[in-house]
Design a protein around this ligand. Structure first.
Ligand code: GLU
Length: 298
């Protein structure tokens, strides 16, 4: 499938996208990503799309979405309309999830974060190490996969809170060829071996949102015909999961370009939660949008 995909891509107009979440104001890291996407799209006569990743309905707000438009306009960028907003497309992600369920590679998981933590603490009390994913989060235990069908349907019909997860082993078992992606983030065109198993059974649909980051990104990149995914190095390892979902769902594989991150004085990547200065604050301090490229070394 991968070869077909590449030849298909070579005849297409390049499509790039910047895909922020409106759960805080944009900072310099976002500005770097948006500008690189915008400039690369221009350089290869491609399209530049903006996608609002707002599946987390509790944290994303219309006001912050407006802030994204203001900040990007301040940076001097322009993007195609209409903007795709993920919260308008939960039916698309549900359809993807249903296909994975029908293929037998998705299962409902009932353990809360606290349950998982307690399970792992217990496991590690004996000196054994429990696996963590590339972001440091605990792998999900296999307990829910050992339930009988009867037990699972009883739990589902009782209305017990659950997420849907990918059964990583079963998903990997369906692959017919090695899982790889094309990466241009290090200057040359490389083929990277994907390692989705490093993530364990990732979430496909959250208990508090009818999708997950991984599933909606993969479905949207396909729906929007994205040919080049350009994003920060913090999402490099997530690409392994995205490639697996693309293969399972029969979706095309874009090329990937993971760019450098902007770090703060303490060497951490900028983040909304650590209170990194937002573009809005820089603007209030008197900077012009056109100063930002210089500040970022572009
Ligand atoms: N919404 C993600 C973020 O804000 C980016 C997703 C992506 O580029 O694939 O970090």
């Amino acid at each position: 499938m991968a070869e077909e995909t590449m030849s298909l891509l070579s005849g297409q107009k390049p499509v790039l996208r910047f895909a922020p979440s409106p759960n805080g104001r944009l900072h310099l890291g976002h500005a770097l990503s948006a500008i690189i996407n915008h400039d690369m799209a221009k350089a290869i006569a491609g399209r530049f799309l903006l996608r609002i990743e707002d599946i987390d309905l509790a944290r994303c707000t219309d006001e912050l979405e407006q802030g994204i438009y203001e900040d990007l306009a301040w940076l001097g960028l322009n993007w195609e309309l209409p903007v795709r907003r993920q919260s308008d497309h939960f039916d698309v992600y549900r359809e993807g999830l249903d296909r994975l369920i029908a293929m037998g590679v998705a299962y409902p998981s009932f353990m809360s974060r606290g349950d998982v933590k307690a399970f792992v603490t217990d496991h590690e009390a004996g000196g054994r190490i429990w696996p963590r994913d590339p972001d440091g989060a605990l792998h999900y235990p296999a307990l829910d996969k050992q339930r009988t069908e009867h037990e699972v349907s009883a739990l589902l019909s009782s209305g017990k809170k659950h997420a849907w997860r990918l059964d990583m082993d079963k998903g990997l078992a369906l692959l017919e060829t090695p899982l790889q992606w094309r990466e241009t983030g290090r200057g040359s065109d490389e083929v990277i071996d994907a390692d989705p198993a490093a993530w364990g059974d990732v979430v496909l649909s959250r208990s508090d949102a009818p999708s997950s980051y991984h599933l909606s990104v993969v479905m949207d990149d396909a729906v929007q015909g994205v040919t080049h995914v350009v994003r920060g190095m913090d999402l490099y390892h997530a690409t392994s999961v995205h490639r697996l979902l693309q293969e399972l769902l029969g979706l095309p594989a874009p090329e990937y370009h993971h760019h450098r991150l902007i770090l703060d004085d303490t060497g951490n990547k900028l983040s909304k939660s650590r209170g990194s200065a937002s573009l809005q604050v820089l603007q209030e301090q008197g900077l012009a949008g056109s100063d930002i490229r210089g500040l970022l070394g572009i």
